[in-house]
Write a protein that binds this ligand. Structure first.
Ligand code: ATP
Ligand code: MG
Length: 401
């Protein structure tokens, strides 16, 4: 079968295939970009697989970067683009259910395609836009089915991350998992406990932020894979609740918003320690915590200057989006007005520092000074005090007597 509308990204990368071929080797577009082109979805990262070895690729192209030479991957810089060119390989012996103990370079495309995870990820596309489909991936694409390449039981025991990848593709592509593939996912779900948390996070995060995240989360629950992910062992009720808490067509607009929504529905979870176990950054933990705190404030008292100042307009809008998805009253206009009415958006914008007050009133650092500074900040935010040196000194002098 020939790919009809060849996306411009492939057209731009064609000279790379041609150069490799002229040097006497095979080269194809492979992986997610071919799948997405066949689905008519926007494509990103055009990956190339080739029969040539890394050293041969480096001899063909002027500008290359060794980004994963031990796995056979060279980054080729050409035509103002960057392309990962990877030697055909097999992955034979797996250790710790995640990393192949060794990769062997091979000269056969078929061997390379066989090691790929799902039939719809195992296409190759040649320079004439001919689709090479060795595992009936085109039929699966038509039926929107996610099917493991080869024997599913073997494939998930080789690499359990494929279970998470599969669930993530359900969420991003709106596919259904083929029955035997699903059974194998379920059987091998316990192996997820051995997968690095960082890798699981990437996949789960992609799942949550995908358009069909509810379908992915449903499959995560039904496959029981959730039970082998950090801190989710006994959270089935909370996961189910996450599915029903927001409107069906709601799509999260950031990772932080998605994880905040998830955590709000889980039982007794200190947010920071939960996210620490998922090895997320401190910044990520802070933002998710703020979103949850802000959501709680907002439920109690509605938007006000202090919360918009403290958490910022962007987080307030993310919270409002969640409320809207839950059918709760929203106040986007008020948030906008409150934000515009703020004289300062950060403490550092106050024209006076602690040192100025210490000098003006001959006081020492301590709780009294801290208290006055906090009052100054609160009054400026409320619009009761202008952010002006004389006005602030006057305000402080009344409180320091
Ligand atoms: P995306 O559109 O999110 O980039 P993708 O399918 O391109 O999805 P990548 O992680 O970029 O996924 O991997 C590129 C290709 O490499 C996949 O399409 C698949 O053929 C293969 N692949 C990646 N990870 C695995 C794995 N764990 N096991 C087997 N094959 C894999
Ligand atoms: Mg990709």
């Amino acid at each position: 079968m020939k790919l009809k509308n060849v996306p411009s990204e492939f057209q731009k990368a064609l000279p790379i295939l041609e150069k490799i071929k002229t040097a006497g080797f095979e080269a194809y577009f492979v992986g997610g970009s071919v799948r997405d082109a066949l689905l008519g979805r926007p494509i990103h990262d055009v990956d190339i697989a080739t029969s040539s070895y890394p050293q041969e690729i480096k001899a063909i192209f002027d500008r290359t970067v060794d980004i994963g030479i031990e796995h056979g991957t060279i980054l080729v810089l050409e035509n103002a683009g960057e392309y990962e060119v990877t030697t055909f390989r097999t992955e034979d012996i797996y250790v710790d259910y995640r990393r192949p103990a060794s990769v062997s370079f091979v000269r056969s495309l078929e061997e390379d395609l066989k090691r790929r995870d799902f039939t719809v990820n195992a296409f190759a596309l040649d320079e004439d836009a001919q689709v090479i489909d060795l595992f009936d991936g085109l039929a699966d694409l038509d039926h929107r089915l996610l099917r493991a390449v080869g024997k599913p039981q073997e494939r998930f025991s080789e690499d359990a991350l494929r279970i998470m990848r599969g669930l993530r593709f359900v969420a991003s592509l709106d596919f259904t998992i083929e029955e035997q593939t699903f059974t194998a996912m379920k059987t091998h779900a316990p192996l997820l406990a051995k997968i690095s948390v960082e890798r699981s996070f990437i996949e789960f995060d992609k799942l949550l932020t995908s358009p069909f995240w509810k379908k992915g989360l449903r499959a995560l629950i039904d496959s029981e894979a959730y039970a082998y992910l950090p801190n989710l062992q006994d959270q089935i009720a909370g996961l189910e609740q996450t599915l029903t808490a927001v409107a069906d067509d709601f799509v999260f607009s950031s990772s932080e918003q998605a994880w905040a929504a998830l955590l709000m529905n889980l039982k007794s979870t200190p947010v920071k320690s939960f996210l620490k176990k998922w090895k997320t950054s401190v910044q990520f933990q802070k933002t998710v915590t703020s979103l949850i705190d802000l959501y709680d404030h907002r439920s109690l008292e509605g938007p006000n200057r202090q919360t918009i100042y403290r958490y910022g307009k962007n987080l307030a809008i993310l919270v409002e989006d969640l409320r809207q998805a839950q059918g709760l009253p929203v106040a986007y206009d008020l948030i906008e007005q409150l934000d515009e009415s703020l004289a300062i958006h950060d403490k550092s914008e106050i024209v006076i520092r602690g040192g100025d007050l210490m000098a003006a009133f001959a006081i020492k650092p301590g709780p009294a000074l801290g208290k006055v500074l906090a009052e100054v900040e609160r009054a400026i935010v409320e619009g009761e005090l202008s952010n002006d040196k004389a006005a602030i000194l006057e305000f402080a002098s009344q409180r320091l007597q």
